[in-house]
Design a protein around this ligand. Structure first.
Ligand SMILES: Nc1ncnc2c1ncn2[C@@H]1O[C@H](COP(=O)(O)OP(=O)(O)O)[C@@H](O)[C@H]1O
Ligand SMILES: [Mg+2]
Length: 226
């Protein structure tokens, strides 16, 4: 469960201040498959970064799984973020010198998971995302869609309660993007992982079970459930 209450975020750029979020409140249930949609500059990335404990709001509060994350210090949040939150990015953000296998396994090694369990989980998740046989390829030897599959395995392998995906299909053609969304939906149902994904693409919005529209830092519409 994610509770966002009256969250504000400003960016100062020289003399001017950009009000990126101007009082956003939203509750998201465990297991949701929700899209935060809106045009470029509407505040989608800012909101995901705040929920992801990557940045702090200038006002309001966020509670995740009962933890008041906006009251905690950065160092106290590091472990929570590493264990409970998974991230998927528009540009995949894999480590270029590591293989598909190593990109996924690395996440578990950061959590101190023993080698045998790491190997089993990593192989199982790479298989789940359809990359069996491609474990030893580095990102440059994978297509965009395949790289995003690695990123999905990396986000899910640690069993997070929430996955945050910032425009996960923006760098993919529409057929590949659709396959990636279907995979995310499968993972959402199978693992009961909450998915919050942002987009400005109507095709992607259609996949969401709940669709929230953001405009100039405010929620203008909220439709559907979880
Ligand atoms: N680091 C930053 N410094 C200054 N302005 C920023 C920064 N990040 C985002 N902004 C501004 O905040 C607003 C919201 O940005 P963002 O959250 O990235 O929107 P979206 O992801 O919907 O495109 C935009 O006006 C953007 O230019
Ligand atoms: Mg963005």
């Amino acid at each position: 469960m994610i509770e966002v209450k009256d969250v504000r975020k400003d960016y100062k750029a020289g003399e001017t201040t950009v009000h990126a979020l101007r009082g956003v409140s939203i509750n998201i249930d465990q297991g949701a498959f929700i899209s935060i949609a809106g045009p470029s500059g509407s505040g989608k990335t800012t909101l995901l970064n705040l929920i992801g404990c990557i940045d702090d709001p200038d006002g309001g509060s966020i509670t995740i799984n009962g933890i008041p994350v906006t009251e905690k210090k950065a160092k106290d949040l590091a472990l929570f973020r590493r264990k409970s939150l998974g991230f998927i990015f528009q540009s995949f953000n894999l480590i270029p010198v590591l293989t598909a296998y190593e990109n996924v396994a690395f996440t578990l090694s950061l959590l101190g998971i023993p080698e045998k369990e790491t190997r089993e989980k990593t192989m199982a998740f790479l298989k789940e995302v359809g990359l069996e046989g491609m474990e030893d390829r580095i990102p440059a030897k994978l297509s965009g869609g395949q790289q995003q599959r690695v990123a999905i395995a990396r986000a899910l392998v640690k069993g997070p309660s929430i996955v945050l995906a910032d425009e996960p299909t923006a760098n993919l053609d529409s057929a590949t993007g659709e396959a990636i969304l279907k995979l995310m939906e499968d993972m959402n149902r199978k693992h009961d992982t909450t998915f919050v994904f942002s987009t400005h693409d109507p095709m992607v919005m259609d996949f969401a079970r709940r669709l929230v529209l953001l405009h100039d830092g405010l929620i203008t519409s909220d439709k559907g459930r979880t």
